[in-house]
Design a protein around this ligand. Structure first.
Ligand code: HEC
Ligand code: HEC
Ligand code: HEC
Ligand code: HEC
Ligand code: HEC
Ligand code: HEC
Ligand code: HEC
Length: 449
């Protein structure tokens, strides 16, 4: 293990100790047969910083494949059907309280693809179910439906959905639908909260995915997948801890000449997107007004303190957050933080002013990686399919996120909750690198050619 200047080897129990002056370091671990990986860490004077590091077995590279076949002894080898499942964004944000205004409703989206090992993608003759064993009643933990349900007389946000049903009509458990590309299954807008039914805060709650045969009813495969959602907005860092949301409405009325506080008293609640366009909700806002992303990042760009630690708090003032740690994927290991991909607050504001469409135009893997490892043209990462596979038959059939997981939580993630599926199929926490996950014969080629 090395920080670039000092190198140490492990003691007999696998523990490394490096003595360093206070500061920020990138530590790299190397050992035969495992991936070389890096972690960023901060050392405080007089204190011990502990990093728990589980190494990932070395991924096959092209040269490995031509000499040593990857092990066939992975857990998937005993399975006929395998499921890849993932969340679209890596993190969804919602509010704990909807009694003042609405930025975003509870909304989560899960995807799944089913493969018969040795035979390819399966999309017909099966039903794919999802359910949240620990999150079966969101209404216990959010007042969203007080303002969105038919049965209530109170002010509304414009949706008429029953309790525990999301704004697109999706319930907390049910059958997934065939997706837009016809290669997998999707459940859009599942209204989960970060709270389990028993009140436990778990922003990385797990859904059970079950695939059944439509003819026999037999269960062909099942797995668990994380559906991240957090209400850790931290507006209270600056808008007061007593009545944060009232404070925000007051500030808005004072600065922008609106009557949001009085409207609420008179029984009218507002979505921010009523006036500020929001592509996340597909709402156009009012003519001539800033879109919500520009209004928020532009106005707050000189209000956010930027500290030496780029995640404390910076973007974590409003995105979740020091408690949730939404940034946890492979790129986080490599020391990349929000601003490396999105720009800082001023950069965000400038790009939006220059016309970037929020939510629809986002950073691209291909900006930092080579053309063999880029998204499909004019397509977001979350909608892209592997395009330059070792055989054209494999092209256009497998989502990038199926093998690599969602943005911000790309395999291998620092949060074990993300790695259930690679652990189930490969026995490690890495992306789907082992061809035997889906194939039954040995092929000496990498996934991206
Ligand atoms: C780092 C500090 C900080 C954080 C965190 C923060 N704000 Fe602010 N915000 C401010 C300041 C300062 C103002 C100006 C207050 C005033 O003029 O009275 C403001 C004003 C606003 C306004 C009024 C804008 C206008 O001009 O009409 C809105 C709306 C707002 N904030 C929303 C939010 C929301 C929502 C969050 C959490 C997601 C949030 N803020 C988090 C510092 C912050
Ligand atoms: C009834 C319409 C309306 C609603 C609802 C509304 N806004 Fe505004 N907002 C405005 C107007 C008007 C302005 C000032 C003109 C502009 O910046 O577009 C403004 C300005 C802002 C600004 C300051 C932008 C800047 O650069 O000075 C922020 C931040 C903001 N709104 C956030 C929000 C948030 C967050 C919500 C939901 C809690 C919200 N707004 C709801 C109408 C609205
Ligand atoms: C390694 C690059 C990278 C880093 C670091 C990164 N992002 Fe992203 N982010 C992306 C990409 C890529 C997308 C678009 C995903 C897509 O195309 O489906 C995205 C999208 C988003 C979105 C839109 C919703 C979504 O997920 O598509 C938000 C919000 C966001 N990022 C916030 C953040 C915040 C806050 C941080 C830091 C805590 C951060 N990102 C760090 C690459 C990054
Ligand atoms: C003051 C609060 C606040 C801070 C600080 C903040 N954001 Fe946001 N951000 C928001 C809100 C609110 C939304 C949701 C807007 C919507 O629903 O359209 C958002 C949405 C986004 C999106 C998705 C929309 C888009 O523009 O594509 C990205 C990406 C994003 N933020 C990145 C960042 C990054 C990177 C930082 C730090 C440099 C940051 N944010 C800091 C409040 C904030
Ligand atoms: C801001 C630049 C940047 C962006 C954008 C980016 N990456 Fe990375 N990525 C890196 C760096 C730096 C590394 C570590 C060095 C390396 O292995 O190339 C890395 C490493 C990786 C690795 C591990 C490679 C290995 O063999 O160990 C994977 C997988 C990966 N990135 C996938 C993605 C995906 C998927 C996206 C898009 C969602 C993406 N990256 C976007 C910078 C980036
Ligand atoms: C069948 C699983 C699979 C799919 C689907 C897949 N990848 Fe990969 N990806 C891999 C494997 C295996 C590697 C490492 C070996 C290689 O490069 O082929 C990798 C490596 C990467 C890397 C790291 C490259 C580096 O610099 O080391 C990036 C970035 C990446 N993929 C992006 C993508 C994108 C973008 C898509 C969708 C267009 C995608 N991948 C689809 C399996 C997959
Ligand atoms: C997530 C599942 C998945 C993984 C992992 C995967 N493949 Fe595939 N592969 C497919 C699918 C689906 C097809 C298309 C089968 C069809 O429809 O004919 C395919 C087809 C192929 C074909 C064409 C011949 C055949 O057997 O149909 C080759 C060659 C191939 N893959 C090589 C690889 C290699 C090499 C790897 C490991 C780097 C790999 N695949 C990993 C799903 C996968």
């Amino acid at each position: 293990m090395t920080d670039g200047t000092t190198t140490v080897t492990a003691n007999s129990s696998g523990v490394f100790t490096l003595m360093k002056p206070a500061g920020g370091y990138t530590i790299t671990a190397t050992t035969a047969g495992y991936e070389t990986t890096s972690r960023v860490c901060t050392v405080t004077a007089g204190a011990t910083t502990t990093i728990n590091w589980s190494l990932t077995p070395a991924h096959a590279t092209y040269s490995d494949y031509s000499s040593v076949p990857p092990s066939q002894q992975i857990p998937a080898a005993s399975m006929n059907f395998v499921i890849l499942a993932w969340n679209d964004l890596g993190m969804h944000c919602a509010q704990d309280d909807y009694s003042y205004f609405l930025i975003l409703p509870p909304f989560n989206t899960l995807h799944a693809q089913v493969f018969q090992r040795g035979a390819g993608v399966v999309t017909s003759g099966i039903t794919v179910h999802y359910a949240f064993p620990n999150k079966a009643n969101s209404a216990l933990h959010t007042n969203f439906w007080n303002y969105s349900s038919n049965y209530q007389y109170r002010a509304k946000y414009g949706w008429n959905v029953a309790s525990n049903v999301g704004i697109t009509g999706t319930p907390l458990a049910g059958a997934m639908a065939l997706d837009a590309n016809g290669v997998g299954f999707v459940a859009t807008g599942i209204p989960i909260t970060p709270y389990d039914d028993n009140g436990t805060w778990d922003p990385y709650g797990s859904a059970t995915i079950t695939v059944t045969d439509n003819t026999t009813g037999a269960v062909l495969a099942s797995t668990n997948v994380v559906a991240p959602i957090s209400t850790e907005l931290n507006c209270s860092n600056c808008h007061g801890t007593i009545n944060t949301f009232l404070n925000i409405l007051q500030a808005h009325d004072k600065n922008s000449g609106t009557t949001l506080v009085a409207d609420r008293t008179n029984g009218t609640l507002h979505l921010c997107a009523e006036c500020h366009a929001d592509n996340a909700l597909g709402l156009p806002g009012k003519q001539g007004m800033k879109n919500l992303s520009l209004a928020m990042h532009g106005f707050h760009k000189d209000k956010v303190n930027v500290s030496a630690d780029p995640l404390n708090p910076d973007c974590y003032n409003c995105h979740p957050g020091p408690r949730t740690n939404c940034l946890r994927g492979e790129m986080f290991h490599a020391g990349q933080v929000c601003k490396d991909c999105h720009g800082d607050m001023s950069g965000m504001a400038a790009a939006l002013l220059a016309g970037r469409q929020p939510w629809l135009q986002e950073p691209r893997c291909g900006k930092c990686h080579d053309v063999k490892h880029q998204e499909n043209s004019n397509t977001l990462y979350r909608n892209s399919l592997l395009a330059n596979a070792p055989d054209p038959k494999m092209n256009g059939k497998i989502y990038c996120e199926g093998c690599h997981n969602s943005t911000h939580g790309e395999f291998s993630s620092t949060n074990p909750a993300d790695s259930g599926i690679p652990q189930q199929l490969q026995g490690d926490s890495s992306w789907s690198w082992n061809c035997y996950v889906c194939h039954t014969d040995y092929m000496p080629m990498p996934a991206h050619m």
